[in-house]
Design a protein around this ligand. Structure first.
Ligand code: UDX
Ligand code: ADP
Length: 458
């Protein structure tokens, strides 16, 4: 088939896979190829068992794979064959050298830029989709223009705003698509080319354009603002626990003000996921770099409150379970960083379970999708850990239930049945405020939630 456009994506992860699947789905006359250095990952994309769980993704992949959507490890040839290249490689926080634990590790990204340069035989549009610090596109341009020849590269920034668990809907009906480009003739031409792809299913009014640096910064700032809302409500949850206020009532009263808005005001054990912490630390690093120490400290406090919230949660558990967890069997309900994903990157569950293990608690971990990742995350941890998918089985004989992920499944469990199988006195620590407190208290549980008075028989 003669395809109208030939698109390549380097990096077949949580961003690259779903976003390219959506382009292939909406544009059957475009050929979309996704490449990765990780051959296991590519094999998974080509198999019935995709590399991670994302609602609705499998359906789209099945419809387009082998028709106009391809997954491959042949990076070099694919660079040669395609005209539009999205870069979706990972940019984790650096864990070594200058900027360690703050700055983004750009080694994978720079390697990709060099690969593009080495294997290109014609001019290309290169699009940054992964989150990168501001001015990365400039560095990419410098690398790409380092060999003077006829081949030209136009670099665009097109950050992805989808959230895991709702990625397919977010990609199909985004609030906006952001395209950053140079305002030069060739920059505007490349911008038009990319806009044409999104216009296939997204109204033009939702396609925003800006200069490259604004686009790069907007992605960091959007994630920082979202994380800030979570830390704001969590900071108030601490105050609620000291007073007679209930955080859900406060969130409702505050969120009904249109200027504030209702979303992202769920108090809990804090945010996880691969983006929030990484992007804020990136922002903090950038601010420090430019000598803006006050601004850096302001954003850093969002991460500090997140850590504080998890420490508070563990301290409350210890306090209410008579100051010792040693030898106690604790059932962890949920390990993923949020519902509807198998992803556990930066999940609060990692820190919390490690702390519980260091208190010598015996853990039974349950999760409908994330047990494989949970086992990998805790592989080096010392202590007694079991992984049992069925929550009823997992809870049997336990002293406490600890809800760490907001899976809707946990709202609907038969807590009476669970209570009967547990050691008494039985506790629930609801780190996501999703359990019916009154009902569980009436069953006999001692119920502790975030930002709400404890309901206890003790
Ligand atoms: C986020 C951004 O939402 C998305 O736009 C960006 O592209 C990537 O980063 P993601 O990390 O997938 O997406 O999930 P998100 O829904 O934002 O949740 C992040 C974390 O915040 C989760 O751990 C979630 O449980 C937590 N959260 C969210 C709360 O604790 N309370 C809330 O009210 C909302
Ligand atoms: P994200 O959540 O941002 O999508 P992931 O870690 O899930 O991050 O995906 C990034 C992918 O990029 C990984 O599968 C990784 O193997 C891939 N990758 C990293 N460097 C390169 C490279 N130089 N060439 C091709 N793929 C790469």
């Amino acid at each position: 088939m003669n395809f109208k456009k030939k698109i390549l994506c380097i990096g077949a992860g949580y961003v690259g896979g779903p976003s390219m699947a959506m382009i292939a789905f909406k544009c059957p006359d475009y050929r979309v190829t996704v490449v990765d250095v990780n051959s296991e990952r590519i094999d998974a994309w080509n198999s019935p068992q995709l590399p991670f769980y994302e609602p609705g993704l499998e359906d789209i992949i099945k419809k387009r794979r082998g028709k106009n959507l391809f997954f491959s490890t042949d990076i070099e040839n694919q660079i040669r064959e395609n005209d539009i290249i999205f870069v979706c490689v990972n940019t984790p926080t650096k864990n070594y050298g200058a900027g360690a634990h703050m700055a983004a590790d750009l080694q994978y990204w720079e390697k990709t830029a060099r690969q593009i340069l080495k294997h290109s035989r014609s001019s290309k549009i290169v699009i940054e989709k992964c989150t990168l610090p501001v001015k990365t596109a400039l560095a990419m341009e410098k690398i790409l223009s380092s060999s003077r020849g006829k081949i030209k590269f136009e670099v665009l920034s097109n950050p992805e705003f989808m959230a895991e668990g709702s990625a397919i809907n977010d990609l199909e009906n985004p609030d906006r698509v952001l395209i950053g480009s140079h305002e030069t003739k060739s920059g505007l031409k490349a911008r038009t080319e990319l806009t044409e792809i999104y216009q296939r299913w997204i109204p033009s009014s939702k396609i925003i354009t800006s200069n490259i640096w604004s686009s790069e910064l907007s992605k960091l700032v959007a994630n920082a603002f979202l994380a800030q809302r979570v830390s704001s409500i969590n900071s108030i949850s601490a105050l609620c626990e000291k007073t007679d206020a209930d955080i859900s009532e406060v969130a409702r009263a505050v969120g009904t003000d249109d200027r504030i808005g209702r979303k992202f005001l769920n108090a809990g054990i804090g945010f996880g996921g691969s983006c929030f912490k990484k992007d804020i630390l990136n922002l903090v690093y950038l601010c420090r770099h430019y000598g803006l120490d006050e601004v850096a400290a302001y954003w850093e406090s969002v991460v500090k409150i997140n850590e504080y919230q998890q420490q508070r949660f563990i301290a409350a558990m210890l306090h209410s379970m008579f100051h010792t967890l040693a030898g106690k069997r604790i059932c962890i309900l949920g390990f993923a960083f949020k519902a509807d994903t198998s992803d556990t990157r930066e999940s609060p569950a990692i820190y919390i379970t490690q702390k519980l293990l260091s208190e010598k608690a015996e853990l039974v971990i349950s999760d409908p999708r994330a047990l494989k990742n949970a086992a990998a995350d805790l592989s080096g941890a010392e202590g007694n850990v079991q992984f049992i998918e069925d929550p009823y089985e997992a809870a049997r004989g336990c002293h406490a239930l600890v809800v760490l992920t907001d899976w809707s499944l946990y709202r609907m469990l038969d807590y009476k049945k669970i209570y009967r199988s547990m050691t008494k006195p039985a506790f629930i620590f609801d780190g996501r405020n999703i359990v019916d407190r009154e009902k569980c208290f009436a069953i006999g549980f001692n119920v502790y939630a975030i930002g709400k008075p404890a309901l206890t028989h003790l």
